[in-house]
Design a protein around this ligand. Structure first.
Ligand SMILES: Cc1ncc(CO)c(N)n1
Length: 222
């Protein structure tokens, strides 16, 4: 049987669920999340996205074909045009200026995750890099869908985090997520069992670093 993206998730189900259904996510969905925790997360996510944009640019650099190049561009575009724009305006609403954002120190969880992905991409090939990026691209789309499937989730003006959910359920983000899964399914179909094990390690590492990112938000750790 050829491997698929689903197999990466299946092989680290516990970590994947701990990421998707993290208490930060649940509290964001039911509007009980402390604003300070959200603001801390949002500021760090701004710094995170800058490094992730670099990682997608690295994917572009490592792309041997036009279609690979297009896929890297999709990711870069989702970050720069969908996420970063919203983060900046969201931060303004919450009283955080672009100047404050520019001078912010990176939390350890931000450093660990982003540098892990960049290092994996530098050291490995394009598939290693896309696998390292996939918990981010696919996870947040899945989180929005999971939140929408829960009765506890509050949507609309009674939830101050509604725009966050709206961003990740948007067609633009969901399309980018589906394109990433398709791209990975095509490449994973050709890999050997030992190569798949290597890729699974990267996927599981990145997923664990996503969990740490939520923890950093909840605890407002630096
Ligand atoms: C930490 C983190 N993971 C994933 C995404 C989705 O791009 C994000 N904005 N931040």
């Amino acid at each position: 049987m050829p491997y698929r993206f689903e197999d990466l998730k299946k092989n680290c189900q516990t970590e994947w669920r701990a990421y998707i259904e993290h208490s930060f996510v649940q509290q964001l969905g039911d509007a009980s999340l402390a604003p300070e925790a959200f603001q801390h997360y949002l500021k760090q996510d701004y710094l995170f996205l800058i490094q992730f944009a670099r990682a997608f640019a690295l994917a572009a650099y490592k792309s041997p074909t036009l279609s690979d190049l297009r896929q890297a561009k999709e990711g870069l575009q989702a970050i720069m045009d969908v996420e970063l724009d919203l983060h900046i305006s969201y931060c303004k609403e919450w009283g955080i200026s672009e100047e404050e954002l520019a001078n912010l120190p990176e939390a350890r969880a931000t450093l660990a995750y982003t540098r892990y992905v960049l290092d994996t991409g530098n050291r490995g090939d394009l598939l290693d890099l896309h696998v390292a990026l996939s918990p981010c691209m696919v996870g947040y789309g899945e989180i929005a869908n999971w939140l929408n499937s829960r009765r506890e989730t509050v949507r609309g003006k009674n939830n101050p985090y509604d725009a966050w959910i709206a961003m990740y359920e948007s067609d633009e983000f969901q399309d980018a997520m589906r394109a990433e899964i398709l791209w990975l399914d095509e490449r994973l179909a050709d890999v050997s069992p030992s190569r798949f094990d290597q890729l699974n390690r990267i996927f599981s590492d990145a997923t664990r670093l996503e969990i740490d990112f939520w923890e950093m938000g909840l605890k407002q750790s630096d």
